[in-house]
Write a protein that binds this ligand. Structure first.
Ligand code: FAD
Length: 526
């Protein structure tokens, strides 16, 4: 089956929906016909966006300034950030957030003023939030806004398998060829099992993060790096994949996926990190104590756990004003209660878990990748905003700013776009349904273990080399299986996770200095 749209958007989180909405508004307000397909691999709201708790950062109060937000972002990013991108994002933030409000997003208020929270690494109060479910509120408002635009069609349970480029027209496409073009994607309709062709003048990758390459992650199961892997296979260029953020405080619940996040804002609210015996330890690592940036805090916890032989530490909020705590963190309070932790009496057991990818598909300031008519925004992209480490609450912001900028870039370049009429249908002749699903399950488990043990918070050259060799072996085994099999979501996701893990390891191996989130013990000795 062939679908033809003006625009194909892969992903229904904040990045994809912001972009689709902007395009729809643009054409509808000009009275021009337009067709936009948004595809999403499960239900529309099952996104990383929905799980965001803390909020979205912007300079909103008179006491704050763009310069302070810019400095904080670059400070957190260890100077690896692209300064002009940081300036763009910080300065455009209030306008984009006002648009979210106009779409119907609610943020908490004190009277007429927004209640601005302060999180680790921020020098001022600038986090707009809705209780501790900010992401769910933004996702709700954006999905409602999308419903108001008849030009947008949402395809749920459609899984993008591969991007369509000249390669599918029989040409040789190599990575640094300058005229690679994207014409859409092959997409698996997961209800029928058929791969359908989605042709489009412009394609947007807004596929989110990669958390599930690790054993513990706060990301939902959709986060398997599909967009990055698809772009890389289509000869897209990726950057900074070694910079993986581990959230210092996910709730300690062994075997639970995704890990439940105890928001950064809890530390901003006065939560104190402690060992089991009630002793504090952050004073040994950073003068900002429990408000230190995430990478320092995660390494400190990792080090305390190794030193004490424990598998978690604690976050203590027992001295906090309970009523105010409950008002700010109803979801966290309830979640803890559900597993028998009463935050008035008990310390919360916490452990670091993979949380966010700072790198991704390289894009310019208009969200364009090196492949013509292929854009990327949100967590799967690398704009240069975060540098070597993301400042808390800057990721929803980046996604909404770049959803907008990619829309401007798309409109600007549209006149040269076309859809060829000779794109072949998906060819799966000679393949069968694999009889042994256990192979995929086991390979995924193996990959998770390799990445968590060797490519986690603290790395060494030997661990990285080991990871590289093992992932290469997995790659070869999986390619064989993939070639012989009818395409399915588990097989494709594993293929993508192997591709992305390979990139993470390669980039970690070639980074010779410790900067931001990349921490290799051998770089200290060298
Ligand atoms: C627990 C948690 C808390 C967080 N808290 C904050 C916070 O307070 N502030 C902040 O700024 N950031 C926060 N983040 C990070 C932030 O939520 C994400 O970076 C952001 O939401 C990513 O948005 P996105 O649009 O790029 O991707 P997502 O929201 O993850 O959307 C990805 C979309 O792509 C689709 N997709 C993926 N692969 C395919 C495929 N192959 N085919 C079809 N569709 C596909 C998915 O179905 C989904 O619709 C948090 C993240 C987590 C997990």
């Amino acid at each position: 089956m062939t679908h033809q749209y003006d625009f194909l958007v892969i992903g229904s989180g904040i990045a994809g929906l912001s972009y689709a909405t902007k395009l729809a508004r643009h054409f509808e307000s000009n009275g021009e016909p337009v067709s936009i397909a948004v595809i999403t691999k499960v239900q529309a709201d099952e996104t990383n966006t929905k799980y965001a708790q803390g909020g979205i950062a912007a300079v909103w109060s008179k006491e704050d300034s763009f310069d302070k937000h810019i400095d904080d972002t670059i400070d957190a990013g260890d100077g690896v950030n692209k300064r002009h991108i940081v300036e763009i994002v910080v300065r455009e933030a209030p306008e984009r957030i006002q648009e979210l409000i106009d779409y119907g997003t609610r943020f908490d208020r004190h009277g007429n003023e927004y209640d601005l929270a302060r999180e680790g690494g921020h020098s001022d109060h600038r986090i707009l939030h809705f209780k501790d479910i900010t992401g769910a509120e933004i996702e709700r408002a954006l999905l409602e806004e999308v419903q108001r635009h008849p030009s947008i069609s949402i395809f749920t349970h459609f899984f993008a398998v591969d991007l369509i480029t000249q390669h599918h027209l029989g040409e040789t496409v190599y990575r640094y060829r300058e005229d690679i073009r994207c014409f859409g994607a092959y997409v698996l309709n997961t209800r029928t099992g058929q791969v359908e062709k989605f042709l489009a003048k412009t394609t947007m990758l807004a596929t989110g993060g990669i958390g599930n390459i690790y054993q513990s992650t706060t990301n939902p199961t959709i986060a398997t790096g599909d967009g990055i892997a698809m772009a890389y296979r289509a000869k897209g260029i990726c950057d900074n994949l070694e910079f993986i953020q581990f959230h210092p405080t996910s709730l300690y619940q062994p075997g639970k996926k995704p890990s439940f996040l105890i928001s950064e804002a809890v530390r901003g609210f006065g939560g104190i990190l402690k060992n089991a015996d009630g002793s504090t330890f952050m004073e040994n690592y950073d003068p900002r104590l429990s408000l230190a940036p995430r990478d320092i805090t995660a390494r400190a916890i990792d080090s305390e756990m190794k030193r004490n032989g424990t598998d978690h530490v604690y976050l203590d909020v027992r001295d906090a004003d309970y009523d105010r705590f409950l008002e700010h963190f109803p979801n966290i309070t309830q979640h803890c209660l559900d597993i028998g932790i009463d935050v008035r009496r008990d310390m919360i057991p916490v452990v670091p878990a993979q949380h966010y990818l700072c790198g991704g598909i390289r894009v310019n300031e208009w969200g364009q990748t090196n492949i013509h008519f292929l854009y990327a925004a949100g967590e799967c992209s690398c704009t240069g905003l975060h540098g070597a480490n993301r400042l808390a609450s800057n990721s929803l912001l980046e996604a909404v700013v770049f959803g907008h900028r990619a829309y401007l870039g798309t409109i600007e370049n549209l006149k040269d776009a076309y859809i060829p009429d000779n794109v072949p249908d998906w060819d799966d002749s000679g393949t069968t349904h694999p009889e042994e699903q256990v192979l995929v399950t086991e390979m995924t488990r193996e990959l998770n273990s390799i990445m968590s043990n060797y490519v986690g918070i603290v790395r060494t050259n030997r661990r990285l080399r080991r990871a590289y060799e093992r992932v290469e072996l997995l790659y070869r085994e999986h390619e064989q299986l993939y070639r012989e099999s009818k395409v399915s979501v588990p097989i494709s996701e594993l293929r993508n996770m192997i591709n992305v893990s390979y990139l993470v390891i390669k980039m970690a191996m070639s980074r010779r200095e410790n900067v931001g989130l990349h921490y290799n013990l051998d770089n200290i000795k060298a």
